[in-house]
Design a protein around this ligand. Structure first.
Ligand SMILES: *[C@@H]1O[C@H](CO)[C@@H](O)[C@H](O)[C@H]1NC(C)=O
Ligand SMILES: *[C@@H]1O[C@H](CO)[C@@H](O)[C@H](O)[C@H]1NC(C)=O
Ligand SMILES: *[C@@H]1O[C@H](CO)[C@@H](O)[C@H](O)[C@H]1NC(C)=O
Length: 489
């Protein structure tokens, strides 16, 4: 169906309505638990360039700088295998563990929804019992490099994800035998767990690095961890990431943050990347079934003990001092980076985006004719400056964010013709008003009468000034989104 551009122009809504939808953090970074009958691809060389992907994983092996205060060091997965003693199901059924399954080539035989458990105590308050000291990891304090700094030489586990259009995402996963929680006053140290998986994600386009995602989680609801390659510290053209010592926010058990170097041990993963290809290609998106010594990547259970639920405050906050051990690294990687990087512009915003081919059938069936785009704007509330009240958009939603103070959120909307899998380009009015900033965008698929049948979640936007380092906020962007849009319509 063809629409005249004049009709489209009339349909374009320049300023928006209320959108009280908070941005959902990492909702789709949860491990993908496959349902019975889902097919895993059996490894054969698909359309992806597997050797190219493996080379990139090796080429960009990150350098982790550990904190001087760290006591719980990384290890290989093999280090931990001999310590697992029994399994526990989610329901609490305890089973003896067949020790010969504890190897890289056998682990996948252990059923999903299993907690691999250690017998030894694992609730340091604040110290570990002697029997559990192996949880500190294999780090050897006497193995200093020439410069006197500690040196770690453990493996990292890499997944290369071919996202199409020359994009290869590299996910580097690190393993720690133990995560030391966070002291919370009289409650003690909360959030301890056996085994810890953390990641650093990098994006390359045509073999060149463009960005990396650090899992900081320190800057409030709207912080995002995507940084341009030129803003990242590098050694030897490889990314550097800082690992904060064991005590992090209980809600988000990530360790990688970008804090200042404190002369702690260095973990250079060059030649220590254990690489894997994630799926057989960007179109089919069938995950690979790993074989032989890589087959442990197919294990879908948890890497340590179940958490406690017997503390009196469990009903209120949902966890005790020891929390559930995490899943392994083979999670869902078919997602765009934490945020889409876009330069600021003067005047109006431009959005350039594309749907995946998987939306086409659904869109045809449902007579989709239009795409609604919503640019999410935000600015701090209570800036003690009433001068610009006239600029206030109508219908502003006031949002109380714990860490950023009160902010306002509103939308600028537009409509454009649905063009299937061709690229769409839409012009939108800027986020108006002092200190206003573009924070995200989302799309909806709509009928010719403007009624929308399905909306995406928001993609966050990280803005910068062309030619300058660092991030900068502003009211209009020139956004070229290279990640196809897809969601469950
Ligand atoms: C596969 O990737 C390698 C390394 O990046 C590259 O040299 C080669 O040309 C690629 N092959 C194909 C068929 O794309
Ligand atoms: C333990 O696992 C191995 C490897 O799968 C298997 O051959 C053996 O029969 C198992 N032993 C028991 C007692 O189940
Ligand atoms: C678990 O511990 C018991 C008692 O020490 C031991 O007999 C058993 O072999 C252990 N099982 C495994 C799988 O290590």
């Amino acid at each position: 169906m063809q629409l005249s551009s004049a009709a489209l122009w009339c349909l374009t809504l320049l300023a928006g309505s209320v959108s009280p939808s908070p941005i959902s953090l990492h909702a789709d970074q949860k491990p993908l638990i496959l349902k019975e009958g889902d097919s895993w691809h059996h490894y054969d060389d698909g359309p992806s360039n597997h050797s190219g992907i493996l080379e990139l994983l090796d080429q960009y092996a990150p350098i982790f700088k550990l904190s001087e205060l760290e006591s719980f060091f990384p290890s290989s997965v093999d280090y931990m295998f001999p310590h697992y003693n029994y399994t526990e199901s989610r329901a609490g059924d305890i089973q003896p563990l067949n020790g010969s399954l504890l190897s890289r080539s056998q682990l996948y035989k252990i059923p999903p929804d299993t907690f691999l458990s250690i017998r030894e105590s694992h609730n340091p308050q604040p110290f570990l019992e002697e029997e559990s000291e192996y949880l500190f990891g294999p780090y050897d304090r006497d193995n200093d490099a020439e410069d006197g700094r500690g040196k770690v030489e453990e493996e990292v586990y890499g997944f290369g994800v071919d996202q199409g259009n020359g994009i290869i995402d590299l996910w580097y996963w690190t393993f720690y035998p133990f995560n030391f929680g966070k002291p919370v006053g009289p409650f003690g140290i909360l959030g301890n767990h056996v085994a810890d998986w953390e990641h650093l994600r990098m994006r390359t386009i045509n073999g060149q690095p463009v960005s990396a995602d650090y899992t900081t989680h320190t800057g409030g609801r709207f912080s995002a961890g995507t940084f341009r390659w030129e803003d990242i510290e590098k050694i030897d053209r490889r990314p550097v990431a800082y690992v904060a010592a064991g005590s992090h926010g209980v809600g988000k058990l990530f360790k990688l943050v970008d804090i200042t170097d404190d002369e702690g041990p260095i973990w250079d993963t060059k030649d220590h990347v254990v690489p894997a290809v994630y799926w057989d290609g960007p179109e089919s998106r069938r995950r690979i079934w790993h074989r032989g010594d890589s087959s442990w990547l197919n294990y879908r259970g948890n890497w340590g003990n179940k958490g406690q639920d017997d503390c009196w405050w469990h009903r209120v906050v949902g966890y005790c001092q020891v929390v559930d051990a995490p899943w392994g690294p083979n999670r869902y990687f078919g997602i765009p980076p934490d945020c889409i990087l876009a330069p600021l512009v003067a005047g109006r915003s431009t959005y350039d985006f594309k749907f995946s081919s998987s939306v086409l059938d659904w869109a045809k069936e449902h007579n989709i004719a239009l795409v609604k785009i919503e640019q999410v704007c935000t600015r701090p509330k209570n800036n003690d400056d009433d001068d610009d009240d006239d600029d206030d958009p109508d219908d502003v939603y006031v949002y109380n964010d714990e860490e950023e103070g009160e902010i306002e959120i509103w939308n600028v909307q537009g409509l454009t013709e649905f063009k299937g899998t061709e690229r769409h380009t839409v012009n939108l009015a800027p986020c108006k008003g002092r200190q206003s900033a573009v924070r995200a965008y989302k799309l909806s698929l709509c009928l010719i009468n403007g009624k929308c049948l399905s909306s995406s979640r928001e993609r966050r936007i990280c803005t910068y000034e062309q030619g300058k380092k660092g991030k900068k906020f502003g009211g209009a962007v020139n956004l070229l989104d290279v990640d196809d849009w897809r969601w469950n319509y």
